[in-house]
Design a protein around this ligand. Structure first.
Ligand code: ADP
Ligand code: ASP
Ligand code: MG
Length: 404
């Protein structure tokens, strides 16, 4: 008996049969004596389709109207699911982000949740109703609908679990849990029983889309019991928590790939104090996140600075650098989107020397060139050509996880 938040992703609610399946999971949980709040994503590719529809009309449509449009996908899901639950004979109500009291800031298309007024949800739960809430959306202080960024329904679910003090937040998806690499792309990927918040946060940030990175950040902050599991198989999933039992045994948890990345090179900048400051403060002031940075040692003729940004920021970053060419004084600007970042993540690597060497050996054996490298206490990332990325993930995974 408890309060359980269950989130179902797009594939899990893609058609009528799957919605009935989700309704069964929810009502089984309710029947067992729990209060249930379910958070749903838009069906299948609905969000992508809506974006395409908008592009047909106006490729530069305002973010406010995009949010108005994109939020409809989730509304379809919750209404249909509530009807499926009604058909099974259980008391239920569906709510939009606004009705559920989900307040965000005004950053349209990438809004952050500021607070949740849970009164309405609690009133419905007290009447023994199952509550179905739209993921991915909220409302800002101007009463405009906002969305939380792609994949944001996970964050809606964790935020609700934290605000309601839920016993657990279950993220139902189309794979059995968090794996040692994307199980759809990597042969031999294995399911992890448990993973720490810190590792999961790195993984999600480094491209493993199985959880929205902000949802993990929030789960860590509010200590939400998180579980990732399949809506199709009924197998036990992966627990995401503060401390895990086998932490000492494995030092690498997973390999991730991120293709949404672009490299910018500033060739021949002056070898003098303040150049990097000029470049990166310009980008920071314009809210552009920079990831891996590589700066050459420099010589009399100058030095080169290379760094990566999200592909969606490339155009703006290049524009800013061109506008400021006179002050930065580079000889040439080069951009490349045909790159990908491949990373290994593991809390145990800090005490195990040789992880980087092992990773680089796997790439060397496969004749894959490394363009850039970056490390932290729990991850090592390399930038490779996009054409090599899938193979890179597989050979690195084989190196660390193969049984033989
Ligand atoms: P949902 O629609 O349920 O939110 P997503 O498509 O956002 O589902 O996330 C699930 C997908 O994440 C899986 O189908 C899988 O291909 C991908 N994925 C990437 N890396 C991993 C990983 N390490 N473990 C599990 N799944 C992963
Ligand atoms: N429907 C939204 C998306 O496709 C949110 C989500 O699925 O989490 O990005
Ligand atoms: Mg998702």
């Amino acid at each position: 008996m408890g309060l359980i938040v269950q989130k179902f992703g797009g594939t899990s609610v893609a058609d009528a049969e799957r919605i009935r399946n989700v309704a069964r999971i929810i009502t089984d949980t309710y029947k067992a004596g729990n209060q249930v709040v379910a958070v749903l994503s838009a069906q299948g590719d609905t969000t992508d389709d809506l974006i395409e529809k908008a592009k047909e009309i106006n490729p530069k449509g305002s973010n406010r109207e995009m949010d108005m449009l994109l939020s409809t996908g989730e509304q379809i899901s919750v209404a249909l699911c509530a009807m499926a639950i009604e058909a099974l004979g259980y008391p239920v109500i569906s709510l939009t982000g606004w009705q559920a009291g989900m307040y965000t800031n005004t950053a349209a298309r990438n809004a952050r949740i500021k607070r949740i007024d849970t009164e309405r949800i609690e009133a419905e739960l007290n009447q023994r109703k199952i509550v179905i809430v739209t993921g991915f959306q909220g409302v800002n202080r101007n009463q405009d609908i906002t969305t939380l960024g792609r994949g944001g329904s996970d964050t809606s679910a964790v935020a609700l679990a934290a605000s309601l003090g839920a016993d657990i937040c279950q993220i139902y998806t189309d794979v059995d849990g968090v794996y040692t690499a994307d199980p759809r792309l990597v042969k031999g990927a294995r399911k992890l029983d448990e993973v720490t918040y810190n590792e999961m946060l790195e993984l999600a940030t480094l491209g493993a889309q199985v959880l929205h990175n902000r949802s993990v950040e929030m789960a860590r902050k509010y200590n939400v019991n998180l579980e990732v599991l399949s809506s199709f198989t009924g197998h036990p999933g992966t627990k995401v928590k503060g401390v895990v039992k086998q932490m000492e045994k494995t030092y690498i948890s997973s390999v991730a790939k991120d293709k949404d990345i672009a490299r910018i090179a500033l060739i021949g900048v002056p070898n003098e104090i303040g150049t990097s400051f000029k470049v990166f403060s310009l980008l920071a002031k314009n809210h552009i996140n920079v990831d891996i940075i590589l700066q050459g040692i420099g010589h009399e003729e100058g030095k080169d600075i290379c760094f990566t940004v999200a592909q969606s920021d490339l155009e703006k970053a290049a524009e800013l650098l061109k506008e400021n060419r006179e002050s930065i004084r580079y000889a040439r600007l080069e951009t490349n989107t045909e790159v990908a970042k491949v990373s290994v993540v593991g809390a145990g690597m800090i005490n195990n020397p040789g992880v980087a060497a092992k990773m680089f050996e796997a790439l060397y054996d496969a004749h894959i060139n490394i363009n850039m490298i970056s490390t932290s206490e729990i991850k090592i990332s390399v930038l490779v050509d996009e054409k090599d990325a899938a193979k890179a993930v597989q050979v690195i995974h084989d190196k660390f996880f193969s049984m033989g």
